[in-house]
Design a protein. Sequence first.
Length: 188
Amino acid sequence: MTTTLDLMRHGEPVGGRRYRGQLDDPLSEKGWAQMHAAVSESVPWTRIVSSPLLRCRAFAETLAGRHGLPLALDDRLKEVGFGEWEGKSAAEIEQDAPGTLMRFKADPLAVFHARVVAALDDLLEQHAGQHVLLVGHAGVMRMALAWALHIPLEHAYRIEVASASLTRLRFDDGHASLIFHGSPRVDR
């Protein structure tokens, strides 16, 4: 049985590019436009699962409502918490503590990874044979790719995840294949 999982990162939030973590900032006008452009009018999904944070949830609710798709929110799909970095730009973080972002990206993030993997395991079990859209965050996408493709966690932050980009994973009998990554549109 084949299950298809599309991962969509939220668009740009109000305030531009910053380490938001679990801050609940809404999408900017640009972010809404990015997400609408990414999905077009042909939606292949049977359901949507989303992070409950507003920058993901608001678009997921809009898309689910427009196309009559079931929507579930899952707290385990929230972004990693960045603590005192939340709301700061990369330049601000580096200015305060040079080299700290490089060290963070090399950290295996085991607790965050385990949280995301538990959500993905449940999603694949509950929706086997379906085509699911997961609306989430860059960190969640990285953890999903590391899990599905057996990428060492210390390399997960080498994966670039653009705003409103789409990644497709296909699962056949427990084996994952990466179909595409970073597409600006779903109609590939």
